[in-house]
Design a protein around this ligand. Structure first.
Ligand SMILES: Nc1ncnc2c1ncn2[C@@H]1O[C@H](COP(=O)(O)OP(=O)(O)OP(=O)(O)O)[C@@H](O)[C@H]1O
Length: 282
């Protein structure tokens, strides 16, 4: 088992944020965590990322309790893309991506530099390499952050040869925020390709369509608890979505692909008067 999360509970201040969360994940899976704002998705990812060591319960990476792994060893196994990364220093894009390699020692070797160039190319930000990171648009920043975690994870400047089974894990917290549709697809294809090389990918997503197309498994969180987990078809049902998000949806068959389409009507009745688009629905 690559990752085993057993009865994780976490308090922040006096509030219980996670309550007995339980799941296992294998190498090569692309697990998607979904749930409403405040459900505990980022917090769960942070626990696995080693940011909240005061959890109760057990987190094991390859059968070793997280808290017993030295930070450097954790960083060699696991790359993390967090939400809201603030950099105030005027680092160039290339330097930010190069930071992904620092976990292996200071100073970049020629092979580190090749991996950095490769990651810039994969995320299509090569043309921005000399730009100050702080001057990028939101979606461009996010693409650079994806390139950084890719640079941390890869052992060679190639996505298609190495076998990372049981050796690498990638945690992505809302990786596509602010990205256009092309780069959302590119990012999820990258995640799926890494999974096919044996990387365990755990991603928080809000987009049902991306989850439906790419997830090998969905974990649904609600109020800090694991509401349900299973395949895309098992999780993306009108009932689960209503229970977790409070929204009525229809789940349709995709005309060309073997994953479902989740469609909403314009939300009527969330405010006192119906939303304009819902008024004329017959
Ligand atoms: N440091 C903290 N101290 C106190 N409460 C916190 C802290 N961090 C998060 N919380 C609370 O924990 C709950 C879960 O937060 P979390 O960020 O994990 O939610 P999320 O599911 O990722 O939501 P979103 O979809 O909005 O990103 C929220 O109610 C949040 O306000």
């Amino acid at each position: 088992m690559m990752l085993s999360v057993k009865d994780i509970s976490l308090q922040l201040g006096k509030t219980t944020i996670l309550d007995k969360v339980h799941f296992n994940a294998q190498a090569g899976e692309l697990c998607v965590i979904m749930g409403a704002n405040g459900a505990g998705k980022s917090t769960l990812l942070k626990v696995i990322a080693g940011e909240y060591p005061h959890y109760t319960g057990n987190v094991a990476i390859k059968d070793r309790e997280l808290r017993s792994m030295p930070v450097k060893e954790q960083a060699a196994v696991r790359a993390v893309l967090s939400q809201q990364i603030m950099l105030t220093q005027p680092f160039s894009v290339e330097e930010v991506v190069g930071m992904g390699r620092f976990v292996y020692g200071s100073g970049l070797s020629s092979s580190d530099k090749e991996i950095v160039s490769y990651a810039l190319k994969v995320m299509q930000v090569q043309h921005l390499r000399e730009r100050a990171y702080t001057t990028l648009s939101g979606g461009q920043k996010q693409r650079v952050q994806m390139a950084r975690v890719l640079a941390q994870l890869l052992e060679t400047p190639d996505l298609h040869t190495a076998d990372y089974t049981g050796r690498k894990m990638l945690l992505l917290d809302e990786p596509v925020t602010g990205m256009d549709i092309l780069h959302q697809q590119l990012s999820l294809q990258l995640a799926a390709t890494l999974a096919s090389r044996g990387v365990l990918v755990v991603a928080v997503l809000h987009d049902f369509q991306l989850a439906a197309a790419y997830a090998s498994r969905i974990l649904l969180l609600k109020n800090g608890t694991m509401y349900a987990q299973g395949t895309v078809e098992e999780m993306l049902t009108p009932r689960h979505i209503k229970d977790c998000f409070g929204v009525d949806v229809n789940v349709l068959e995709h005309p060309h692909y073997n994953y479902p389409l989740v469609v909403t009507a314009a939300a009527a009745g969330l405010f006192q008067s119906p939303a304009p688009k819902a008024i004329n629905v017959s």
